[in-house]
Design a protein around this ligand. Structure first.
Ligand SMILES: Nc1ncnc2c1ncn2[C@@H]1O[C@H](COP(=O)(O)OP(=O)(O)OP(=O)(O)O)[C@@H](O)[C@H]1O
Ligand SMILES: [Mg+2]
Length: 210
């Protein structure tokens, strides 16, 4: 048991007009090395699940365990888990691309920066010429690509990817699919509306209903 949700019940306190539950007794165990897809319609709770992992929201019932430890008590959870947020504003700390790269590669500078440029090359993203740009001057697709490049380069053992193909064109999706299909040393959780996008990539799927 690697990452597990145990009998999670959750609803937003300010839910209007009805206090609708997003999760009722939701359980899921993700084993080490698995590639799991969680699919569901808009509003089914995919991004909410990530907020429960990060602690931005707390379940009213149940708990989330990482390697058998309650994540509430863990200080080093994000040394193991890299999250690609659906909303880019949740991803970036600095408005300037160079500052963001310096920041995320602080501890393992050369190693991380090498990976960043390797992933940028794979996606054919001209990162070097974008270094002095403000992230919000990028197109939506470019911003999403930069998010992906930085998250993958963190080289954490767990990848949680919320709506990973959002805003990407067909060529970039193809590159990303190849990366995801060929990687063998990561545990990957993908959240998306379109399960057909992840055929041949994931080992197991879970459907969320509204
Ligand atoms: N802070 C909040 N307060 C109240 N309701 C919220 C809050 N955040 C999200 N919701 C609602 O919870 C439901 C689930 O939202 P969530 O973002 O998890 O959906 P999703 O499955 O990720 O959808 P999408 O496919 O559009 O990304 C939605 O109806 C949303 O409006
Ligand atoms: Mg979402």
């Amino acid at each position: 048991m690697s990452l597990s949700f145990e009998n999670i019940s959750f609803r937003y306190k300010n839910c209007y007009p009805v206090k609708q539950s997003i999760f009722s007794n939701f359980s899921l165990n993700i084993q080490l090395g698995e590639k799991v897809g969680i699919f569901g319609k808009t509003g089914s709770g995919k991004s909410t699940l990530i907020k429960l992992i990060t602690g931005e929201e707390k379940p009213q019932k149940g708990k989330i365990l990482f390697q058998n430890q309650d994540i509430k008590k863990m200080k080093n959870l994000f040394e193991n888990i890299a999250i690609l947020f659906q909303k880019p504003e949740k991803q970036f700390v600095f408005p300037n691309i160079k500052d963001e790269i310096e920041f995320i590669s602080e501890r393992r500078k050369i190693f991380t920066q090498t990976l960043i440029y390797e992933f940028a090359d794979k996606f054919n993203f001209p990162l070097k010429s974008y270094l002095n740009r403000n992230i919000y001057s990028l197109s939506l697709g470019e911003l999403k690509l930069l998010q992906i490049i930085l998250v993958l380069s963190l080289n954490k053992p767990y990848w949680i990817l919320d709506d990973p193909f959002l805003f990407l064109d067909g060529d970039k999706i193809k590159v990303f699919k190849e990366i995801l299909a060929n990687i063998n040393d990561k545990t990957i959780l993908i959240l998306s509306r379109n399960k057909s996008d992840f055929k041949g990539i994931i080992d197991r799927e879970i459907m969320l209903t509204i």
